[in-house]
Every structure is written in structure tokens, then in C-alpha cells.
Design a binder for this molecule. Structure first.
Ligand SMILES: [Zn+2]
Length: 409
């Protein structure tokens, strides 16, 4: 595991415990309060906070008068003390963000995923975009704590390898993590896209708001991120969340797996657009369907539906029906109370399907939960998986773990 070494980007275990305590208290804390909360001695808190102040990771934020004692200086996180880079590789679009220490997006960019090129060329383009974004953000290089990458599964997280994603052409056993670690010189963490999106939701929500939920990812492919008790569910090999072959339409088209009506095949943008072309709903002058074309044609179909075209509307009604079947199945299985929708193509279809999904899920005779299912759209938007990947870096660097004790003492 890489965690033990990464953690030292910000020093030893006591330092991380103190930093973690400070960042969880948004109004700041005095040294006395930090000592009470952490159980560390006043002397340790004093020494460590001096070091953190010198390094610009925390700052003084005025004084607070508590009781009869002398005023106490309040310490808080300095958001500009460190930055994390997040990258989301979707087969159609690559999204980049820079987060400050507080988890706020301070810079963002997006490019179409180059097609017809080797993975090495895509990785080289990613490297250039990362460097350009760090420059554009005006972030001091030494303040960059690391790089998180969200990629389509299946992944080998131990080795940092993208194994064989069905929709990422030509990617078989690509050592993405080490390639970017080498070219950027940064600590790099890899995570499955749907899990990264789930992590972003966990980071930006309160505990009660998002405890047990699924993140319904609608990108080039379709997948589910899962969280139980406010923790992301990763599974035995960190590849949890493959929902593509849940059967949602037994009479539906034959899937690549040989069965009929699998979720991925039923609703993924390219398949929806292909069928709309085949049935004459939209016309595509170009035979080839790259990410740009799929996006434009899906938008065209959505615009037709919004302007009252019945045949186009029926496409999105059917999409909502299929999504609802999958949501009910998974909500039942794990007793989830919320589904959050997002991903690169979600905004295209959301106005046409969200209300119907909510109605269908909550009126379904198959829904056995004793509570309704809240249906929401990610507030983070298109950046959600990239933000989640960057959150992983912050979490890795800022969260105290007992394993760090074995090394730092
Ligand atoms: Zn299938």
C-alpha cells in the first residue's frame, strides 16, 4: 500500500491529527481546545501548530474571549496551504480540477478525449493539460499535494492499472497511475469513476443528508457508485458498482452479453442515439459517432422532446422507466434512501427524465423499503468525478490513520 508514505507530505501522525481536528471545526479552534479534542499535550499542540503556521497550512484568525481567561488565538485551515489536482477520464471527455485545502474548486478545464490515438498519447495530453491548469491556477508547484485520477473500470488499484474498460478503445492493461506519477512528479491515486463521484458527494454533504445512497453515473457508460453509513463501498478489488447488466427491459434489445434489455445497453447515450437514427427520429450525416457527435445528437433529440415531439419524448420516457427499474432493484438490495444523478451526459437528459424517475420509483410495487427514495441531481455538476478524485488526495494527506503510526512514531 502507498498510504504510509503519502501521508508524510504533511508530516507525522500528531501533526495530521491536529490538522484534521482544525479542518473539521469550520469556526477555528484555540490551542487549548485542540489539546482537549485531541488528547495531546499543550506542548505538542503548541509545537505542531507553530510548524503548521510556519508552513502556511494553518493561519491565525483573530481572538476569542472564553470565560474569564485571557483571549485565545483562534487557528484555522489556510485554504491556500495546499492543493489537490483531480482528473476524470471518461471515454468522451477528460475533466481537470484544482481543489484548495478546503475542498473548493479553484480552477477547472475540460477537453474531448482524443480518439484514434494510443493510450500513451492520451496520457501525454493529460500531462500537458494538468501542467497548464496548475499554471493557469497560479498555484505554487510546491503546494500541490498530489493528483487523483478517476477512470472507468475495471481497474487494478494495487498496480494502478486501467485493465480493460469496454468503452475506452485500445486501453488494455495501461499503467496510468505510474505513467502520470513519472511525468508530473506528483503522488498519484487512482479510483474507479463512480466511486470518485460518490466520494465527492460524501465530501460536500452533511452526514445525515447523504448516508446511504447510490450515485447514478451517466457518462459514456452507465454505472453506480455506492455509499453505506457515509462511506464509499469499493468491494474486494475496488471495482464495485458495475450495474450495466441489470436487466431492466426483458423485451429489450440484445446486449453484448447475449441477454435482452440490460441497463447499460438500454440507456447509454450512444445506444440511445443509434436507435434514434435507426428509427428515423434524427439524422446523422456522418456514419462515425465520436463523443462530440453523440453529445450533439442526444442534445438534438432532447430538444425535440422538449418542444413536444411525441416520438422523441417517448425515448426519454422509456429511459426513465429503465432507470427506475434499476434504482428500485438496488435501493431494495441495500436499503438506500437516496439516488444522486450525475456524470458527463446527465444534464442533457435530466429535465426529461428526473421527475418521472422519482414518480416511478416511489410508486413502484417492487419497492419494498419502508421509506421513500429521494431523487436528486449532483450539485457539483460535470466536475463531480474529478472533484472526487482530488478529494481522495486531500483525504489521503489530511486524514489520520493508525497505519501511519507504524512508520512515523
Ligand atoms: Zn448485458
Amino acid at each position: 500500500m502507498r498510504r504510509g508514505t503519502n501521508v508524510h507530505a504533511l508530516g507525522g501522525f500528531n501533526q495530521i491529527v491536529i490538522l484534521d481536528t482544525i479542518r473539521r471545526n469550520r469556526d477555528g479552534l484555540s490551542r487549548v481546545e485542540i489539546a482537549e479534542l485531541t488528547g495531546l499535550s499543550a506542548q505538542t499542540v503548541s509545537n505542531v501548530s507553530r510548524r503548521l503556521l510556519d508552513e502556511g497550512i494553518i493561519r491565525e484568525a483573530g481572538q476569542r474571549i472564553l470565560g474569564v481567561g485571557k483571549p485565545r488565538i483562534i487557528l484555522e485551515l489556510d485554504p491556500s496551504g495546499g492543493y489537490a489536482i483531480g482528473v476524470h477520464l471518461d471515454p468522451a471527455v477528460i475533466t481537470y480540477v484544482v481543489l484548495d485545502l478546503d475542498g473548493r474548486v479553484v480552477a477547472h478545464s475540460a477537453t474531448r478525449t482524443p480518439s484514434g490515438v494510443t493510450p500513451e498519447q492520451v496520457i501525454a495530453a493529460m500531462h500537458d493539460s494538468i501542467e497548464a491548469l496548475i499554471d493557469a491556477a497560479g498555484v505554487e508547484r510546491g503546494r500541490v499535494l498530489g493528483l487523483g485520477i478517476a477512470a472507468p473500470g475495471p481497474l487494478d488499484l494495487e498496480q494502478g492499472v486501467v485493465l480493460d474498460p469496454p468503452l475506452l478503445e485500445g486501453w488494455h492493461g495501461v499503467a496510468l497511475r505510474d505513467a502520470l506519477a513519472e511525468s508530473t512528479g506528483l503522488m498519484v491515486l487512482l479510483e474507479k469513476d463512480v466511486t470518485a463521484a460518490t466520494v465527492a458527494e460524501l465530501w460536500t454533504s452533511s452526514a445525515q443528508e447523504r448516508d446511504d445512497f447510490m450515485f447514478f453515473y451517466y457518462g459514456t457508460g452507465v454505472g453506480l457508485g455506492l455509499a453505506i453509513a457515509h462511506e464509499a463501498v469499493r468491494g474486494a478489488t475496488n471495482n464495485a458498482g458495475d450495474a450495466g447488466h441489470i436487466i431492466v427491459d426483458p423485451e429489450g434489445p440484445v446486449c453484448s452479453c447475449g441477454r435482452r434489455g440490460c441497463l447499460g445497453d438500454a440507456i447509454m447515450p450512444r445506444a440511445v442515439v443509434d436507435r434514434a437514427i435507426a428509427s428515423g427520429l434524427i439524422t446523422a450525416p456522418d456514419e462515425r459517432l465520436g463523443g462530440d457527435r453523440v453529445d450533439a445528437l442526444l442534445g438534438e433529440l432532447a430538444a425535440d422532446a422538449e418542444s413536444g415531439d411525441h416520438a422523441a419524448s417517448a425515448v426519454f420516457e422509456a429511459m426513465a422507466d429503465r432507470i427506475a427499474v434499476a434504482v428500485v432493484t438496488v435501493a431494495n438490495l441495500l436499503d438506500l434512501d437516496t439516488v444522486v444523478f450525475g456524470g458527463p451526459y446527465w444534464n442533457r437528459v435530466s429535465p426529461l427524465v428526473l421527475g418521472r424517475v422519482s414518480e416511478l420509483v416511489n410508486s413502484s410495487s417492487s419497492l419494498v423499503t419502508t421509506h421513500p427514495i429521494a431523487v436528486a441531481v449532483s450539485r457539483i455538476g460535470d466536475d463531480v468525478a474529478a472533484v472526487g478524485a482530488a478529494c481522495l488526495v486531500l483525504d489521503d494527506v489530511l486524514s489520520p490513520r493508525p497505519s501511519a503510526l507504524l512508520i512515523s512514531g
